[in-house]
Design a protein around this ligand. Structure first.
Ligand code: ADP
Ligand code: ASP
Ligand code: MG
Length: 322
């Protein structure tokens, strides 16, 4: 299973780069995609604009243009019917925005799934970059198989039902290679939803578990998990290996490179997780596995949680009060 983040999917040429990285293999490959870079932010802004009753059409057109430009480059002779597929998705998106703007009775049910449209659009682009229907690649909309509910730690997967739905999907579409939308899922009431910001990493881990993958590779824009956030600490170094638990701690406490829920689904099956750089595939990356690695350093990295304060309550009345 290979996952490409928005930072690796900013334009048509990057879709081609990503498709090449997945390579040829006799083994079944699964590619999980994020939205094009910045698209989720734009969709959330569109949603807020429509909710306020302000004009959202020009931002909508900008988003459509951006995808049409990428589609034109990835489907020069129209053989993948990519423009038509994208237009269908944009028609649905427009209808949802209209409902939200007019405060239609179903508006509150449409809003949670709306930020996920970027991943749906992106999956069409990636499917074309991989050669479309003429190849062994199929496109799977995760909303058709992934069932989730709100849990204590964020979105939790209904594993039995999702496994069953994926088996049904594979019985119908065959066991070939699959492009899957990250980030999106469906709730028990049948409404589209998302796994929360940065959730495509989590999607990839869930599908690695469901497909019982040999390995999961998360392709991003840095060489791997670094010893600190490179935007704050330019001299941070890439960690060659770490344990699932160490990666989980770093992610939970703010390292944006991984969504904190990513580790659990792969850890459960002992699936090795690689973090690698799309722009530097020659770099070895970080291996996240059951063992921490043998470099002996007790501290792997530092992370930062912003906008927190410690409140200290003092006074005689507080003595011994937990
Ligand atoms: P993607 O679009 O591939 O999901 P993200 O932007 O979500 O990428 O995550 C990658 C970014 O995470 C890096 O560009 C980097 O700026 C940031 N980051 C923060 N902390 C770390 C860390 N410890 N190691 C690596 N990257 C980090
Ligand atoms: N596109 C979503 C986001 O920006 C999910 C992801 O990329 O992980 O939050
Ligand atoms: Mg991310």
């Amino acid at each position: 299973v290979h996952k490409f983040g928005g930072s690796s999917l900013a334009d048509a040429s990057l879709y081609r780069t990503a498709a090449a990285l997945v390579g040829d293999s006799t083994r079944t490959r699964v590619v999980v995609v994020s939205a094009m870079q910045g698209v989720t932010d734009s969709l959330i802004a569109l949603l807020e604009t429509a909710r306020r009753g302000d004009a959202w059409q020009s931002a909508f057109d900008t988003l459509r243009e951006r995808h049409a430009t990428a589609a034109a480059a990835l489907d020069t002779d129209g053989r993948f019917e990519l423009q038509r597929a994208l237009e269908r998705e944009f028609d649905t998106l427009r209808r949802h925005l209209e409902s939200i703007a007019s405060n239609a009775p179903d508006a509150h049910l449409l809003a949670p799934g709306l930020p996920g449209f970027g991943e749906v659009l992106s999956s069409h682009l990636m499917h074309a970059a991989l050669g479309g229907d003429a190849t062994s690649w199929r496109r799977l909309d995760a909303r058709d198989v992934l069932l989730v509910h709100a849990g204590e730690m964020g979105m939790a997967v209904d594993w039995n039902e999702s496994r069953k739905r994926l088996a049904d999907w594979r019985a119908k579409h065959g066991d070939g290679n699959v492009v899957i939308t990250g980030f999106v899922a469906r709730d028990a009431q049948g409404h589209a939803t998302t796994l929360g910001r940065n959730g495509s990493d989590y999607s990839a881990a869930i599908f690695a578990n469901l497909f019982d993958a040999e390995a999961l590779t998360i392709w991003t824009d840095v060489d791997g998990v670094l010893s600190a956030d490179p935007r704050l600490v330019p001299e941070a170094v890439c960690l060659p290996s770490m344990s699932y638990a160490e990666a989980c701690e770093l992610a939970y406490f703010g390292a944006k490179v991984l969504h904190p829920q990513t580790m659990a689904p792969v850890q459960e099956r002992g699936i090795p997780l690689w973090i690698r750089n799309t722009k530097r595939p020659e770099a070895p990356g970080t291996l996240i596995a059951p063992d921490s690695g043998r470099d002996g350093a007790p501290v792997k990295g530092l992370s930062l949680v912003r906008d927190l304060a410690i409140v200290e309550l003092v006074g005689n009345g507080m003595v011994g009060v937990p």
